[in-house]
Design a protein around this ligand. Structure first.
Ligand code: KG4
Ligand code: ZN
Length: 343
């Protein structure tokens, strides 16, 4: 029951709808990005995002149903991201999902956006073995999670300040590379020298045991961002490609080193990436090397599944529906909703 899930994602600047069966067969996944509307402001403008979702949701929904070859009543569950995210944006998807659930007479399932990013990997590789270390790196979050079972997560550590994607976006903005900064730095760095400048790696050292427990898996990127800005101010002739590559090297080094510590300390059987920054070329390469080195199975979701999409929402929604059943229709949008963690 509940195998054909319609997923809706409107938490930030992507309006997305997908139809997914049993969290593993993607029948359609349509994403309408608002990047062009936000680019000239150098970041996502909440008011513009909310309006664009209102405009885009119905056409995106129609395309997702048509591509999947399903009519409304064929859908068995409607799942939508209820948080975290921008409240005005979330409300568009949540209201639409509840309306469809009422009209079609099918259950509504509330999905946590971070849990959806975790499920992007299972969507493409349903046989992933648990426990699994997940490095979740997006524009709003950076965390290392131990997934013990479906729906059972332990937070190992998260960022104390900027998220990794936020650091990419801020540094790119300073370097005049436009928005979003991650893909721009990724592309420019391929022609640069990552060892040109030795930028700081926060809370990374030879022996993880010398760090206090609450810092071992923690990240911090604001000092790195300041170091890049100060360096470029003092030495404006530094080749931008070398600055981008050295910055990227520092971010990836911190992320992969701590993911390796987590794999070694937890005895996880596998490790995977999730979130928009997981599309980064150097991170993918180093993460894979780390998994080969530690002898665990690696999984890197395809780039289109790393950034925001509704297929991952439908997949997480299917798993949630199997374990918890439908969500009450008075479930609201919650901009600060955290990943449901084991205590
Ligand atoms: O997961 P996502 O699509 O949205 C959030 O939930 O935040 O992540 C967006 C973030 C942005 O900060 C963007 O710059 C970053 O992911 N990003 C990248 C790359 N592609 C997207 N960062 C580094 N390298 C990339 N190739
Ligand atoms: Zn996201």
């Amino acid at each position: 029951m509940g195998d054909v899930v319609l997923g809706i994602e409107t938490s930030c600047d992507e309006t997305a709808v997908a139809v997914v069966e049993r969290a593993s067969v993607v029948r359609s996944s349509v994403v309408s990005s608002q990047i062009e509307q936000h680019a000239r402001f150098g970041g996502v403008v909440p008011e513009i995002a909310g309006r664009a979702h209102v405009q885009e949701l119905v056409p995106v929904l129609a395309e997702a149903l048509a591509t999947a070859g399903v009519e409304g009543p064929d859908v068995e569950v409607v799942a939508a991201t209820t948080g975290p995210g921008l409240v005005g944006s979330l409300l568009v998807g949540v209201s639409a999902a509840k309306a469809l659930s009422l009209v079609w007479g099918v259950p509504f399932v509330s999905v946590n956006h971070l849990e959806a990013h975790l499920y992007a990997s299972f969507l493409e590789e349903p046989d992933l073995e648990l426990p699994l270390v997940v490095l979740l790196v997006s524009g709003g979050h950076t965390m290392l999670v131990l997934m013990e079972d479906h729906g059972r997560y332990r937070l190992l550590g998260s960022t104390l300040d900027d998220a990794a994607g936020e650091a990419f976006d801020k540094v790119a903005r300073y370097l005049g590379l436009g928005y979003p900064g991650g893909p721009a730095i990724d592309a420019l760095a391929t022609g640069g020298d990552g060892s040109a400048f030795d930028y700081p790696r926060s809370m990374v050292q030879e022996n993880p045991d010398t760090l206090p427990d609450d810092r071992r898996y923690a990240f911090s990127f604001s000092g790195l961002k300041t170091a890049v800005v100060n360096h470029v101010r003092h030495d404006p002739d530094s080749p931008t490609a070398d600055v981008a590559a050295s910055f990227q090297e520092a971010v990836v080094d911190a992320l992969v080193t701590k993911a390796r510590w987590a794999v070694e300390a937890t005895g996880a059987r596998g490790a995977c990436l999730g979130g928009g920054v997981a599309a980064n070329s150097l991170l993918r390469e180093r993460f894979l090397d780390m998994c080969i080195g530690t002898g665990v199975r690696a999984f890197l979701p395809s780039r289109s599944m790393c950034t925001d999409n509704a297929a991952m929402v439908a997949a997480a929604g299917w798993w949630r529906f199997q374990s918890d059943g439908p969500s009450p229709l008075d479930t609201g949008a919650d901009p600060n909703q955290g990943l449901p963690l084991l205590s």
